[in-house]
Structures are given as structure tokens and as C-alpha cells.
Design a protein around this ligand. Structure first.
Ligand SMILES: [Zn+2]
Length: 477
């Protein structure tokens, strides 16, 4: 399935490995002309859910930050993977992956010493050439660079997440937002991680897209005023002790599974959002981080995972109570005051973070929408994520039919409808092409159209056709 999706994605311009003509570079993907539209639709849906519906702010910060930011955040010391390299062929490996493959259990929390011991104990060697593996060490995943020339150059890093750059201007949002809590700040943008060996295509990239939301709250008020809207939502839960539950959000709250209402609310909101994007909701589950997996400052952290038929579990969003850790850290190192005064109290706000990937949901939208049978291949994207709403076809390329079709097409564009105009090949071939990029409606202009101003609309999922008046087309979408 994955190979089939990748084949169509390349052929139809959804996504494909970058730098192909120079042999490619692992961990980088292009969004093609069709994929870019789907990605933008996904981003806009996130804006709709948070900027429009929750009245959160949106900011954009540089992707490059000076070293101090990453000293304060802890990334310089802790944002590492355990690396080992083959002494003979030089192949790099994540040591925890090698030990995990041998032992069959998760090893991503083993220390350097534990990993070294296991490699020796189980005689693990280079999977590629059988060579000896070198000592395991902590390898920082940030891309390092310098800003400016010569002795004035400033050591900097490409951000491994957008969150930190959002925190730095906390006091500006506080002022702009008229000194009230809670408020949220969304940032959509690129981040970078110099992964040791990116696997699974779009699921683990070195340059990737994120939409991270920081909700600044009063530590004494972690309730969600709109929780009732989502409280009866049914969810599959895997708790921090690997126990499965089928419950509702309010059930998970009442049973003490989720630490506070805000986490539960944003988990529910995310499930709703993924569903609206077109991700199969039956494949989603809420997974709580285990004690040894959660950051030491976090009081509770959850992921929403999608079970992919081809790639296994994929983490789509993390919802975490980060307490006052980040603001306090940046306050300590910079000297800036990050406290607020509210109702006669002085305190540092807490942060609930909702951290979405964009590339992973993108892939999961595509996979969830993928259908193939002996007759055809198509993507059943919902209208909100489909790259184009409609395709317009002249039946033949003569007798004023193309002119009429062009008129229909221009009218749609003038109304703000993203449409395609395609006059090449048989109607059947044109339907097949539109199916392969998931266009919901195909409109054919024929000889009758010239007489009575009607066209045929063909619906993608049912393949049914309907004759409608040209002026009634938009009402069919
Ligand atoms: Zn080797």
C-alpha cells in the first residue's frame, strides 16, 4: 500500500523525495503542486480550529535562534539520540534501535552505558557488513550554524521545534491580549532534526512542518470552559501503565486517567480535527506517556496515534502540561521577567502545549483516503482537504465546446472555487486522473450544454452522474 501511494504521489505531484536529480538526500521531501494544496488545507483547518474557534493568536518566528535559547530550553544538553557507528563501513545507527531489534522490547530510555553493555553482551554487530560497532555516545540532533562573519559570528541552531521561539515573546502576547489568562498562541512553520537514519519516508524527516500551540494558563485554573462540547466523545485509551480503556473523555477525566480538563479537551478537539481532515477515526488512540518517557517537568503528556496499515503507529500530536518550566528557564537565563500580576497574585503562567506535526497528518489523510479496486484508484478526500473542488472538461475540442467549458471554469474561479481545467484525453482518462488526486466533482460540458445551459456533474465516491443547470453548480458542492 505504501509503495502504491508513493507511486501515485510522485506521478500526480502530491509528494516525492527532494533533490532527486542529484541522487536525493535522506529525510527531505517536496510537496508537489497537488500536495502543497492539501498541506495548506490541513494548515488552514488547524487555523479554523484554533485561531477562529478558540480566538488564539498566531505568530511567526525565525527558524534560526542563537545558542542561548537552546541552553535555556535544555535542548543543547538533552536533545540527543544514542549513536553508534560501524568501525568497518562507517554506517551510523541509533543504538537503541539495534538493541531493540535484538531484544524485541523498547529501548529508547536506556543510558549510553546500558546500550554499550547490551551491544557487548548480545554480540550485536553492524547489520550491513557485520563489522564491530563503536562506543555509543550522545549525538545532538540540532543543526548548528553561524550568523555573521569572522570573530563577530554568533553560534546558532536551526530550531528543532517551534515552541521555544513562541515562548520568548510571552510578555508581548500578554500586552497585546489585554493582560488576561488563558490565551493561546499558534505557530505554523518549519523545524529541523538531524536524524541519524531517517526511516519511513514522510514520517521521519530532517526538515519538517509543525503547528504548535502554546496555551498560557493560570496554574490554579486548569479547567476547560467548553469541555461539555466534547465530554461524551468516545475514545480508545492506552494509559501510562499500558492498560487499554474504551471510554469517553469525561470517563477518562473522572477515572483520573487524564490529569486536567484542558488536556482532555484538547485531545478531544484534536480527534475531531483529524476526523475532519479525513483521517480514519477508528485508527486513532490516545496514549499517555509513561513516567520514564515524560519530560521531568511535565505533569502529564499524551499523544494521539494513528495505526497505519503500512507504517505501524504514527504519532500525530502531543498534548502536554509543561507547567511553568519553559518560561522559568528563559527568565533565568535572559533575566527577563516572565511573571504576570492577576487578581492580586504574582505568578509564572503554566503552558498546555498542543504540538501537531503537519507532514504526518498529511500522510495519514492520504492513506485514509486511498481506495483501490479492480476498476479504479481514487482518494476520497473530504471537500476541506481536497486539493481541488472541481474539474471542468469539454467533451470534445471543437464546435465551441471548449469555449463554453472555459466559461464554466472561469465562473467557478471567480467565485473562489479551486478548479482544474483539463481537455486532454478521453473523458474516462480524465476521470481517472481526477480520481488519483481526489477531486470530488467532475463537470463535463457537451453539445446539450450549448442549448440548455446544463452540464453533467460526476461525483467521485459514488461515480453517479447528475445533469444540472450551470448556475446551480456551486450549490452541489
Ligand atoms: Zn558496517
Amino acid at each position: 500500500m505504501y509503495q502504491e501511494i508513493l507511486k501515485i504521489s510522485k506521478r500526480r505531484g502530491l509528494m516525492y523525495p527532494s533533490f532527486e536529480i542529484y541522487g536525493g538526500l535522506s529525510g527531505f521531501y517536496d510537496y508537489g503542486p497537488v500536495g502543497s494544496r492539501i498541506k495548506q488545507n490541513i494548515e488552514n483547518l488547524i487555523r479554523e480550529y484554533y485561531v477562529l474557534d478558540e480566538e488564539f493568536m498566531e505568530v511567526e518566528c525565525p527558524i534560526l535562534s542563537p545558542q542561548d535559547v537552546w541552553v535555556a530550553s535544555g535542548h543543547l544538553d538533552n536533545f540527543t539520540d544514542k549513536l553508534t557507528e560501524c568501525v568497518k563501513c562507517g554506517e551510523p545507527y541509533r543504538a537503541d534501535h539495534l538493541v531493540e531489534d535484538k531484544l524485541g522490547v523498547g529501548c529508547d530510555h536506556m543510558s549510553v552505558t546500558q546500550l554499550n553493555d547490551n551491544i557487548i553482551k548480545y554480540k550485536i554487530s553492524c547489520p550491513k557488513c557485520g563489522g564491530r560497532l563503536d562506543k555509543v555516545y550522545d549525538y545532538n540532533l540540532m543543526f548548528k550554524t553561524y550568523v555573521g562573519p569572522g570573530k563577530y559570528k554568533v553560534c546558532s541552531y536551526l530550531r528543532p521545534e517551534t515552541a521555544q521561539s513562541t515562548y520568548l515573546s510571552f510578555k508581548r502576547y500578554w500586552e497585546v491580549g489585554r493582560k488576561k489568562l488563558p490565551f493561546g498562541v499558534l505557530q505554523i512553520g518549519r523545524s529541523f532534526r538531524n536524524e541519524i537514519s531517517p526511516r519511513k519516508g514522510m514520517v521521519r524527516l530532517r526538515e519538517f512542518n509543525q503547528a504548535e500551540i502554546q496555551v498560557f494558563v493560570d496554574p490554579e485554573a486548569k479547567n476547560a470552559p467548553r469541555f461539555d462540547e466534547l465530554s461524551s466523545m468516545e475514545v480508545d485509551v492506552l494509559d501510562g501503565e499500558d492498560k487499554e480503556h474504551q471510554t469517553t473523555l469525561s470517563g477518562a477525566m473522572d477515572g483520573g486517567l487524564i490529569d486536567n480538563q484542558l488536556i482532555a479537551y484538547f485531545l478531544g478537539k484534536s480527534v475531531k480535527l483529524f476526523k475532519e481532515m479525513g483521517i480514519n477515526p477508528d485508527a486513532l488512540r490516545l496514549r499517555q506517556h509513561k513516567d520514564d518517557e515524560r519530560a521531568f517537568y511535565s505533569s502529564d503528556t499524551w499523544d494521539i496515534e494513528y495505526l497505519s496499515p503500512s507504517l505501524g503507529r504514527i504519532e500525530l500530536v502531543g498534548v502536554s502540561d509543561r507547567t511553568d518550566y519553559d518560561l522559568t528557564q528563559h527568565s533565568k537565563l535572559s533575566g527577563a521577567n516572565m511573571q504576570v500580576s492577576l487578581d492580586g497574585r504574582k505568578f509564572t503562567p503554566h503552558v498546555i502545549e498542543i504540538a501537531y506535526g503537519i507532514d504526518r497528518p498529511f500522510y495519514c489523510v492520504i492513506e485514509s483516503a486511498f481506495h483501490q479496486d479492480d476498476k479504479r484508484t481514487y482518494f476520497s478526500f473530504p471537500p476541506k482537504t481536497a486539493p481541488y473542488t472541481a474539474a471542468v472538461y469539454p467533451l470534445v475540442r471543437k464546435d465551441n465546446i471548449p469555449e463554453k467549458a472555459r466559461e464554466v471554469y472561469d465562473n467557478l474561479r471567480e467565485k473562489g472555487v479551486m478548479a482544474l481545467y483539463d481537455r486532454t484525453g478521453s473523458i474516462g482518462k480524465r476521470y481517472a486522473r481526477a480520481d488519483e488526486i481526489g477531486v470530488p466533482y467532475c463537470i463535463t460540458v457537451d453539445y446539450d450544454s450549448l442549448k440548455d445551459d446544463t452540464v453533467t456533474i460526476r461525483f467521485r465516491d459514488s461515480m453517479q452522474q447528475e445533469r444540472v443547470k450551470i448556475k446551480e453548480i456551486p450549490s452541489k458542492f
